[in-house]
Design a binder for this molecule. Structure first.
Ligand code: COA
Length: 331
């Protein structure tokens, strides 16, 4: 049986840098509060006119370059986003159009912060079954347009941001490494603890002035509950995916955790007993970009030499749903 290998990685973020000081002029917050509670120093937000699929396209072109491939050689697109350009169709088809690829399948995955892990698992199954050979997996988000940028929304607005990451996957021989295992979970009992209520097809109409008066179009979060579950679920999932591969935590070369909040990552690192050189965090510069955080960090680690061929890579995520999961890879 063949294994799924990573042929190329890439990322793109908007040019506009939004510092904590800039936010403290827009709402009742401080650089000190944001840094201490979340680790974030600055993030990227789009300017009007920039779209998630455009960021996805820029990330894709970098990943294709690294893979030495043309867009036309792709057989399928799996696109993870919780903030699509439109309610329908999904971002996958808009990206397909931007890339100029005629009729390959393009599927959107809605698994929020865990979107990239879920998307990888779908692409991996397609590749291992032989259904498609070269698959583009993208995680991109525009969260800034769904934030309440005022004191009322400060507990959420200071955390979330925009960006995109992409990987090109293809089949390879098992002794050359590749994706080893997945661990995937969800628990809908907590659906409303991190969610966007409206627009929703259960409402007539889907979005109304009444919704907007009460801010139901904004991302809403019970931060304490998210924190409490995340610090348990991510280490649990890391242990579980490692168990499926026969490896122990000390064998991890690099852990790329969803960049939800630096404090969450620190609690998890301590729980797993990992050294600083076994983890990578970049939330300081990008904030929480939901499905894009892992592929952005992955591309940085590939290009800056933190990740080398033969390394044992574990990626783990937790977020809205609640949904969480991990992937183990022999790089
Ligand atoms: N600036 C200043 N004060 C803020 C603030 C901000 N941006 N946001 C909230 N506060 C205030 C609160 O209003 C509260 O004030 P009060 O004590 O007067 O009521 C105080 O800070 C503490 O709020 P609390 O919500 O208890 O803080 P916390 O220590 O739980 O930190 C989070 C808040 C959001 C940073 C924290 O809960 C967290 O990190 N949660 C996980 C979030 C996450 O990772 N989400 C993404 C998952 S994918």
């Amino acid at each position: 049986m063949q294994r799924t290998r990573f042929l190329g990685t890439g990322f793109a973020v908007p040019d506009r840098v939004v510092t904590n000081d800039e936010l403290s002029r827009l709402m009742d917050t401080t650089d000190e509060w944001i840094r201490t509670r979340t680790g974030i120093r600055e993030r990227r937000w789009v300017v009007e006119g920039e779209t998630g699929t455009e960021l996805g396209e820029r990330a894709t072109r970098r990943a294709l370059d690294m893979a030495g491939m043309e867009a036309g050689e792709l057989d399928a697109i799996v696109y993870a986003t919780s903030s699509p350009d439109h309610f329908a169709p999904g971002n996958g088809v808009y990206l397909q159009r931007l890339l100029g690829i005629p009729t390959i399948p393009a599927l959107d995955i809605r698994a929020q912060c865990s979107g990239f892990i879920y998307a990888l698992s779908v692409a991996d199954a397609w590749i291992r079954s032989g259904q498609y050979r070269r698959i583009l997996v993208v995680g991109s988000e525009i969260q800034s347009t769904g934030l309440e940028v005022s004191s009322a929304g400060r507990h959420v607005a200071v955390i979330f941001a925009d960006g995109a990451g992409a990987v090109v996957l293809g089949p390879g021989e098992p002794d050359h490494g590749g994706i080893l295992a997945f661990d995937l979970h969800s628990e809908g009992a907590h659906a409303e603890k991190l969610w966007v209520d409206s627009p929703g097809s259960m409402y007539h109409p889907r979005v109304s002035p009444k919704h907007m008066e009460t801010g139901r179009q904004y991302l809403e979060m019970d931060g304490r509950e998210v924190f409490r579950h995340a610090v348990v679920r991510m280490p649990e999932s890391v242990r579980s995916v490692l168990a499926a591969t026969g490896h122990a935590v000390e064998n991890i070369s690099l852990l790329l955790a969803h960049q939800a909040n630096l404090r969450i990552s620190e609690v998890m690192q301590k729980d797993l007993g990992l050294r600083d050189d076994q983890v990578y965090n970049n939330i300081m510069f990008y904030g929480n970009t939901t499905a894009a955080t892992i592929p952005i960090a992955l591309d940085e680690c590939v290009r800056n030499g933190r990740l080398k061929r033969g390394d044992l890579l574990v990626m783990t995520a937790f977020g809205s749903g609640f949904m969480w999961g991990s992937a183990a890879v022999r790089w």
